[in-house]
Design a protein around this ligand. Structure first.
Ligand SMILES: C[S@@+](CC[C@H](N)C(=O)[O-])C[C@H]1O[C@@H](n2cnc3c(N)ncnc32)[C@H](O)[C@@H]1O
Length: 249
């Protein structure tokens, strides 16, 4: 299986060798290309259509805030340009980020300084998803629940079984009616020939659409919406956005 080749250290070494900017985190498709703006607008459109399905009780909002997690956050691009724009005037928004590459974490602090000054920045976890939250020892996970967990262009860094465990852990950290959004490169599932592909450069897998759906099902989620990102260069893998809700919500 393609995911058996994944090596966490090789992956982090690769990302730490890239530039700490949009071009670095997007593999050369930085601000000199239409990709960041097109895809950020696509994310906002997708999430706005889901808004009526993302309501939570006033009581939970008061206790937990409207906390979001940005997995594999790179330099904080998604938090800064997408997550912050979802409810920009809501003072209960809180933004947590997780990222294992040291250079990106350092840059993220600069990029998100305005959020920090506004008191909206939550916790930054300098670790891999496979270690979260069980290896968080600073008490910051106590009494914490998320309204939205965003996973973009990073889930290919963990093997299938680890991704299922991760999603199960996330499920228990959502408020009632919380949501997970996955935005990833995918391979169309047209026939049995279509299989996951391993990329030795960043030690990641690109999964088929069918594999993602199987993983979501295994982890106990219902897929409530799925869209393909439009407007990206034809040479890129198709990018799909999936919205997930715990099956037992
Ligand atoms: C393609 S970049 C995407 C960054 C960001 N999500 C964005 O869209 O701007 C992939 C990111 O995944 C991070 N990553 C690599 N291994 C990871 C792991 N095991 N857990 C979490 N993130 C990881 C990389 O360091 C890098 O920041």
């Amino acid at each position: 299986m393609a995911d058996a080749n994944i090596n966490y250290n090789t992956a982090v070494s690769y990302w730490e060798s890239t530039s700490s900017d949009v071009n670095g985190v997007l593999g050369g498709y930085g601000e000199q290309t239409p990709v960041p703006v097109v895809e950020q607008n696509g994310s906002l459109k997708f999430v706005r259509k889901l808004k009526s399905r993302m309501l939570i009780s006033a009581e939970e909002e008061q206790i937990y805030g409207k906390r979001m997690m940005d997995f594999g956050a790179g330099i904080g691009r998604v938090t800064k340009n997408v997550l912050c724009e979802i409810e920009p005037k809501n003072p209960n928004m809180r933004f947590d980020l997780l990222e294992p590459a040291t250079n990106f974490v350092m840059k993220m602090h600069d990029e998100l300084n305005p959020l920090k000054e506004a008191g909206l920045l939550g916790d930054i976890y300098h670790m891999g998803m496979q270690d979260w939250p069980h290896n968080v020892t600073d008490g910051s996970m106590n009494n914490k629940k998320y309204w939205l967990i965003w996973c973009q262009w990073c889930l290919g860094q963990v093997p299938d079984n680890e991704l299922i465990y991760l999603l199960e852990r996330c499920k228990s950290l959502l408020v009632k009616n919380g949501t997970i959004i996955v935005k990833e490169n995918t391979i169309n599932s047209y026939s049995l020939e279509d299989q996951d592909e391993f990329d030795p450069q960043d030690s990641s897998v690109t999964r088929t659409d069918d594999k993602f759906r199987w993983i979501f099902e295994k982890a106990g989620f219902n897929l409530i919406a799925c869209e393909k990102q439009k407007g990206l260069p034809a040479e890129l893998f198709p990018v799909r956005m999936y919205a997930l809700k715990p099956r037992d919500n």
